[in-house]
Design a protein around this ligand. Structure first.
Ligand code: TMP
Length: 209
């Protein structure tokens, strides 16, 4: 039996990495074979690409370079980590995947979505998460939370308007694919979100088993 592919998405400060970790722990505690991974990154090569992408010194990086680097990291991640785990029947939880590229490089940077989807077909061969948790939060609150924890990478330094476009992009994606993308109100507390996500995941995994 093939495994399950779960992703977490959201703007900066939405708390998705915390929720991905909590779900990972919850799924392990229930005796499943599960891995937690992230993009950009997830592999040794991917982590080097992540450094390039997030280095605030790389202000001159043009949108197409950025797009291709995210896909370079994803190509490595899919082949080295995601597909082998899914093939052995494991549950893969990733902190970000293709929806991030559509939201950030597509809606945020304004790169033509057709171009993104044509590169996507080449790199992912249509691989999509079975279920995605989109932690939705207004951009002002997200950025304020991030300043609170002193996060200042190249993308986080983009202005509020950029992050508002990213959020809008995510909401469009969720409207188009309501079956896959589960919208979670990220203005709620950690525990409330965690309980909601665990319930949806349980329901989903029961159908898969
Ligand atoms: P993280 O802070 O959630 O680890 O993500 C790193 C940054 O990379 C975050 O600002 C979102 C951005 N990103 C994109 O712009 N496009 C992508 O395809 C991915 C995976 C992340």
């Amino acid at each position: 039996m093939n495994g399950v592919f779960i992703s977490f998405e959201g703007i900066e400060g939405s708390g998705k990495s915390t929720q991905a970790r909590l779900l990972f722990k919850h799924v392990i505690d229930n005796g499943f074979d599960v891995i937690l991974t992230e993009e950009p990154g997830g592999t040794k090569i991917g982590l080097k690409i992540r450094e390039l992408l997030l280095d605030s010194e790389n202000k001159g990086m043009i949108p197409h370079t950025e797009l291709l680097l995210y896909y370079a990291s994803r190509a490595q991640h899919i082949n080295e980590v995601i597909l082998p785990a899914i093939k052995r029947g494991a549950i893969v939880i990733t902190d970000r995947f293709t929806d991030s590229t559509v939201a950030y490089q597509g809606y945020g940077r304004g790169i033509d979505l057709k171009l993104i989807f044509s590169i996507d077909r080449l790199i992912t061969a249509g691989l999509r998460p079975d279920i995605t948790f989109l932690l939705d939060l207004d951009a002002e609150t997200g950025l304020k939370r991030n300043i609170g924890v002193n996060k200042t990478d190249r993308l986080e330094l983009e202005d509020l308007e950029f992050h508002k476009r990213v959020r809008k992009g995510y909401i469009k994606l969720a409207t188009k694919e309501p079956e896959r993308i589960k919208l979670i109100d990220a203005s709620k507390g950690v525990e409330e979100m965690q309980n909601k996500i665990a319930l949806i995941a349980k329901d989903f995994l029961n159908k898969w088993l």
